[in-house]
Design a protein around this ligand. Structure first.
Ligand code: IPD
Ligand code: CA
Ligand code: CA
Length: 282
């Protein structure tokens, strides 16, 4: 796998990863609540800025959607000497390139000192996700995917599991902690799924849940209430590892609705069958 933009994404993720490691379990974190049960720290903001500055220095004019930047913005990075002399082609300014960034996925884990966090960076060109990286700085695991060229973990090719059905499977999920009005629909689905699988994890970092499905560590995953930056990189990874990603109705609307499920084709199909009944408002 060799692509300049993918390398840029991976390098940006490592820069943020170093900041995360340096500040992990530090007592003087500046923690704020953006809304109820939704934390942000000074380190989330520092990581996002470092990622935007690094990618922006390579690709001035590309657009950025970052969790901590709030809305979509066009960021004109200060022009470097390299940018001034760069040939057209890769790196040429273009409004069609959108980087979708979660600088720390798993902020609550980060605040609590739970060592399960990631940096998630995806690039969409003309609305199509072309590449994604999910970097776990604690374990130094770099998950990368390039559309049409597969997904790797530290250069090892990824493949979803070959489970034939939910029996014996280990899945991941998350409670709708910021959308408690969806709790009844969610618990109905959870109970139906739990009756059929071996067990379910709730680890607190959506991008790693997706990357772990791609890596075959988990057989499947479902969550509702996600944002594009939680899943843009991870969903490409699952698809490039041979998995299916869908919304709770079995469609492709998950980036908009925030309700996502995945696994190999058989697992995804079964999850849709179990979710559909309660998916009216999801
Ligand atoms: C959260 C994590 C968590 C998921 C939440 C996300 P954040 O992202 O990915 O696992 O359950 O839905 O919002 O806020 O830590 O970046
Ligand atoms: Ca997130
Ligand atoms: Ca985040």
């Amino acid at each position: 796998m060799n692509n300049g933009m993918l390398n840029t994404a991976a390098r940006a993720a490592r820069i943020a990863g170093k900041i995360i490691l340096r500040n992990f379990e530090q007592a003087d974190l500046d923690v704020a609540e953006k809304q109820k049960n939704d934390l942000v720290t000074n380190i989330d903001k520092e990581c996002e800025k470092a990622i935007f500055d690094f990618i922006g220095s390579k690709y001035p004019g590309h657009r950025f959607l970052g969790e901590e930047g709030g809305a979509q913005e066009t960021r004109q990075a200060p022009e470097t000497e390299a940018a001034k002399t760069r040939k057209p082609g890769l790196g040429k300014a273009s409004g069609d390139h959108l980087w979708i960034v979660d600088p720390i996925d798993g902020t609550t884990n980060f605040v609590k000192g739970i060592p399960h966090v990631a940096v998630s960076i995806a690039l969409q060109i003309n609305g199509v996700t072309e590449l994604g990286v999910v970097y776990d700085p604690i374990r130094d695991e770099m998950f990368q995917a390039l559309r049409g060229q597969g997904a790797v973990l530290n250069n090892r090719r990824l493949r979803v599991t070959d489970a034939m059905g939910l029996d014996g499977t280990i899945l991941a999920t998350a409670f709708p902690h910021r959308k408690r009005e969806l709790m009844d629909s969610y618990t109905a689905i959870l109970m139906r799924v739990f009756k059929e699988c071996a067990d379910i994890r709730r680890a607190g970092t959506a991008s790693l849940d997706l990357a772990y499905v791609a890596a075959g560590r988990l057989d499947g995953y479902f969550e509702l209430g996600l944002k594009p930056w939680d899943m843009a990189a991870g969903e490409l990874m699952v698809r490039e590892a041979g998995g299916i990603v869908a919304d709770f109705k079995g469609g492709n609307d998950y980036m908009k609705s925030g309700s996502v499920l995945c696994g190999n084709p058989k697992i995804a199909k079964r999850l849709v069958a179990l979710a559909r009944e309660d998916s009216a408002n999801l």
